[in-house]
Design a protein around this ligand. Structure first.
Ligand SMILES: Nc1nc2c(ncn2[C@@H]2O[C@H](COP(=O)(O)OP(=O)(O)OP(=O)(O)O)[C@@H](O)[C@H]2O)c(=O)[nH]1
Ligand SMILES: [Mg+2]
Length: 645
């Protein structure tokens, strides 16, 4: 069964609640004070079925002091019933509520001309004209205007049919994507505990889901879900939903928070946005303190204009009726995603002045009063001529990937910053890669230009290194990273190394080197190398020390040092304690000791004294060599002696 959420809108006392009551049989005014005063103060809810369509009403207050409550209700509606009383026609909150619906891009609606029993036919026609004038050029242009009376019941059937007609043109909300349920009511129910209600604006969740109450990141367990008063196994986007929550008290939740998929949307106090200032509003000053309304939340914040300062003196402003890019700085965190619509009201007096759409809920901090910032914002904007969001979103992704530079744009942040379904992240990253917008490296995206720069930096650092240290086989992996890419993302570095190795440009083992690199020795080094190696080979198990080698070969101590390091890297010499041994001598030693086993069998043993005697070495060499044999698992020490293994 199709379900739609319908909001009322209109001036105080124009008969919104009476109409909802007449259509559903439920009085949406539930508070004692509302009954006593005969006005709606907070949101009211009622539902019914009309021609097989599940209709959930969100009834809003018309009083100008309660517009903030009205705003908490209209965020999730699929269509609006603009209520205009035939005896009063268009009034201030008719206009304000209508402006809000337009700014929020409520997709569809119709007009109920209530209290038709109080006026004659001429008046009805006159009011229709005034309504047409108000709605001309808007989403309600040409929408049905139905005269009704909640008192006599006249026109209600026509109205029901019109409502079903309009609802057929409403496309549902995205059931894929992050679960978002802006909370509009919190209460405790006997035998159940904490219950929150709201319109599920995107995603779906089962009756035993784990969700987060955000901002605040409080994990909660769903214990049960009701849609229209009936328990369900699952809640789906577009439904008025009541959720029984475990592990949280009523006092810990408030209207304005959102039930969301855990870890999907990070809190934010900064957002780049497009704003439309209402034609009837005062100019919106740069730096003005405003009331930011999104979902069911109201948060104080300030508006800053994006773009270079104009020559004119005084504080820059946005003229009534104008559209500009702004950065919103919020005083408390919000849960926002790209594409979210919002409303701005003046701090005082609290009147609706503007509204718009979030372009980037996590912009990088930095100067915004520049040409570059304006160009950036322009690229983030939605293209109204594009058939869907995809093109605009891809262009925005390109901007954000550029912003991120070598640090990389985490795939995960595409959920809030682009509005991508968490399950579609890989596919979207692939698409951005195929179109040449990005290179994917592990968990992040970078621009192809950044990626090329990283590869070039690696090649150039290796080239420099090979030139200045021709005897070195290359640079250790982490050292190279520190040198060329300290502030970049490790995944980008690894992908660059991987690509360069696959292309045969570099070889990466313990150390990274250009594939063309050969350890090059000068003739002098070559001579030193030959004689030094010979000195160690001849020394066998009684090798010389560095000073002796220097003296014997006549090479400078710097050369000896360089060559000794090289020989160790090449594993020609092996360091044991402070001494260096020729690899051949050690190999032979291991073979000879192991051979004792063959001649002496299980009784094969060796101790320090026999070792010294057998190899003609002093204790200074014997002890480290025997310990070396233990480490190499040729022997095992037992007391003062060693068994050959
Ligand atoms: N004669 C007549 N009176 C009506 C009709 N609809 C509503 N009323 C009366 O108008 C008054 C206001 O109606 P409500 O439905 O409370 O108006 P509302 O728009 O919900 O008011 P707020 O929620 O406070 O903005 C009540 O006294 C209703 O009985 C109607 O069709 N005919
Ligand atoms: Mg009411």
């Amino acid at each position: 069964m199709k379900s739609i959420v319908v909001g009322t809108a209109g001036h105080i006392d124009h008969g919104k609640s009476a109409l909802v009551h007449a259509l559903t049989g439920t009085d949406p005014d539930r508070l004692k004070e509302e009954k006593a005063r005969g006005i709606t103060i907070d949101l009211g809810f009622a539902h019914t079925t009309i021609d097989g369509v599940n209709v959930a009403f969100v009834d809003v207050p018309g009083h100008e002091r309660f517009v903030k409550n009205m705003l908490a209700g209209v965020g999730g509606i699929d269509l609006v019933v603009l209520v205009v009383a035939a005896d009063e026609s268009v009034m201030p909150q008719t206009r304000e509520h209508f402006d809000i619906c337009r700014l929020l891009h409520v997709p569809a609606g119709l007009v109920a001309m209530t209290k038709s029993d109080l006026v004659d036919a001429d008046t009805i026609e006159l009011v229709k004209l005034e309504v047409r004038e108000l709605t001309a050029g808007s989403f309600l242009d040409g929408a049905p205007i139905v005269a009704v009376s909640a008192k006599t019941g006249d026109g209600l059937d026509v109205f029901r049919r019109a409502l079903v007609d309009v609802s057929a043109r409403v496309s549902g909300r995205p059931v894929e994507g992050v679960t978002r349920l802006p909370i509009d009511r919190v209460f405790s129910m006997k035998g159940f505990g904490t219950v929150v209600t709201g319109t599920l604006v995107s995603g779906r969740f089962p009756a035993d889901a784990e969700l987060t109450v955000a901002p605040g990141d409080r994990r909660v367990k769903v214990r049960g879900v009701q849609v229209h008063g009936t328990p369900r196994a699952e809640a789906v986007a577009g439904q008025r939903t009541a959720v029984n929550l475990g592990g949280i008290e009523v006092e810990e939740i408030e209207r304005g928070q959102t039930l969301v998929t855990p870890a999907a949307l990070a809190e934010t106090r900064l957002a780049d946005a497009l704003v439309d200032v209402l034609p009837g509003a005062k100019p919106l000053r740069h730096g003005a303190r405003v009331r930011f309304h999104q979902g069911t939340a109201e948060i104080l914040g300030r508006v800053a204009l994006v773009g270079p300062l104009t020559a004119s003196a005084g504080v820059p402003t946005i003229a009534p009726g104008a559209r500009r890019f702004v950065r919103l700085r919020l005083e408390r965190p919000a849960i926002l995603a790209r594409g979210d619509r919002y409303i701005l009201r003046a701090y005082s007096p609290a009147v609706t002045i503007a509204g718009g759409v979030i372009l980037d809920p996590h912009p990088p901090r930095g100067a915004i009063r520049t040409e570059a910032a304006l160009a950036r914002a322009t690229r983030l904007a939605f293209d109204p001529s594009a058939p869907d969001r995809l093109q605009s979103d891809d262009r925005a992704a390109a901007v954000m990937i550029e912003d991120a530079g070598a640090g990389g744009f985490p795939l995960r942040s595409m959920v809030s910053r682009i509005g991508v379904d968490p399950r579609a992240l890989d596919a979207r990253a692939d698409a951005l890669t195929r179109s040449g917008t990005a290179v994917r490296a592990g968990s992040v995206l970078v621009t192809p230009a950044v990626f090329e720069t990283v590869k070039r930096a690696i090649i150039s650092a290796l080239g420099d290194h090979h030139r200045t240290e021709p005897l070195s086989e290359g640079i250790p992996r982490e050292e190279l990273r520190d040198r060329v890419f300290a502030r970049g993302h490790a995944d980008v570095y690894e992908r660059a190394l991987g690509d360069l190795a696959a292309a045969g440009t570099i070889v990466s083992r313990d150390r990274i080197a250009l594939a063309t690199h050969r350890v090059a020795l000068s003739p002098e080094d070559e001579r030193a190398r030959t004689s030094i190696e010979r000195a160690f080979r001849d020394g066998g198990l009684k090798p010389p020390d560095a000073a002796t080698v220097a003296a014997e070969t006549g090479a400078s101590s710097a050369t000896v040092d360089r060559v000794l390091k090289l020989l160790q890297r090449q594993k020609v010499l092996v360091r044991i304690d402070t001494m260096l041994f020729h690899e051949d001598a050690l190999k032979r030693l291991k073979a000879e000791v192991a051979a004792l086993k063959v001649s002496a069998g299980a009784a094969a043993r060796i101790d320090v004294a026999t070792f010294k005697e057998r190899y003609g070495v002093s204790r200074k060499f014997a002890i480290p060599l025997l310990e070396y044999l233990d480490r190499e698992r040729v022997t095992r020490r037992i007391g003062d002696s060693r068994v050959v293994l």
